[in-house]
Design a protein around this ligand. Structure first.
Ligand SMILES: CCCCCCCCCCCC(=O)SCCNC(=O)CCNC(=O)[C@H](O)C(C)(C)COP(=O)(O)OP(=O)(O)OC[C@H]1O[C@@H](n2cnc3c(N)ncnc32)[C@H](O)[C@@H]1OP(=O)(O)O
Length: 250
């Protein structure tokens, strides 16, 4: 899924010994390194898929109580080796490419996140178009999505629309109008566009429908995004370190 984008925007990590071919061929070395990065991203996505399956089963299972206890123990055991090497809060994941838009663990779009549906977004002539299917883990009212989940999806959509319009910013306001309940286990379609740009303030609107009935709006949203001043960006994100780049952000 993220192969093409990764190839275009990925930044190599070098994590193995150099082969003789790598010593003498920079292009080959780059290829190997990118391949290593792609392989890591694929593994992260595979783990994310497994975690999402686990979350879905864990929130719908009616297995016997003892089976739940056994599963909890096995899951703790599986998690332990992952916990032996964790990154600091201010260090970006090595598989990410912040400027290239690759965020493997984004809680809305990240294929590595157990929390993400995940939502897939692409730009289509200046319009952000998103697709996802919400599992039972996102249930709010019985058989329908939690309203906060719809707001989360639309926040991401509106932010993406601001980004592709060349005016990325942080959400300062999000208004959601819930017109009809959002069904679970049903392919959804989301769209968003920028309506207004006024200095640092960008206003975007969006909507959420089912894929089968894109004319019936289930949830509509308007968001206001503020572009950060350089000083604000430094204050908020200046300590974040990107170990996947030749020079460190500071
Ligand atoms: C392809 C790419 C993919 C990219 C895809 C990325 C998608 C990401 C989507 C998720 C985004 C998030 O979750 S972001 C996380 C949630 N948001 C946050 O945590 C933001 C918290 N807020 C802040 O830290 C602050 O508000 C800042 C730094 C954003 C702005 O502070 P500030 O610079 O002091 O702002 P301030 O001077 O008060 O206001 C600046 C201007 O905005 C206006 N303004 C301020 N608040 C509002 C408001 N609620 N509604 C209307 N307008 C407002 C002011 O009137 C002013 O207009 P004027 O007087 O100049 O006319």
């Amino acid at each position: 899924m993220c192969r093409g984008r990764d190839a275009a925007g990925g930044h190599p990590v070098t994590d193995g010994e150099k082969t003789p071919a790598e010593e003498h061929a920079p292009a080959t070395r780059r290829l190997h390194a990118v391949d290593g990065l792609l392989g890591r991203r694929e593994a992260i996505s595979e783990l994310g898929d497994a975690l999402r399956l686990l979350v879905e089963y864990a929130t719908t299972t009616e297995a016997p109580t003892e089976e739940l206890r056994r599963a909890a123990e096995r899951i703790r055991q599986a998690a332990a080796p992952l916990g032996e090497r964790v990154r600091d809060r201010e260090v970006l994941p090595t598989a990410d490419d912040l400027l290239g838009g690759v965020r493997m663990y984004n809680p809305v779009t990240g294929s590595g996140s157990a929390l993400a549906p995940p939502l897939h977004i692409a730009a289509d002539n200046g319009v952000a178009v998103g697709t996802c299917t919400l599992g039972m883990a996102f249930e709010g009212p019985p058989t329908y999505a939690h309203g906060g989940v719809s707001a989360m999806l639309l926040d991401q959509m509106l932010g993406y629309a601001a980004g592709i319009a060349g005016h990325p910013g942080m959400t300062v306001r999000l208004d959601t109008t819930y017109r009809k309940p959002v069904p679970l286990l049903t392919p959804l379609r989301l769209t968003a566009t920028v309506q207004d740009i006024d200095g640092r303030r960008v206003t975007a609107t969006g909507q959420l429908t089912t894929a089968d009935d894109p004319d019936t709006v289930l949830v509509a949203a308007t968001g206001v995004f503020i572009a950060l001043r350089a000083e604000q960006a430094r204050r908020l994100f200046g300590r974040v370190v990107n170990t996947n780049r030749p020079s460190r952000a500071g």
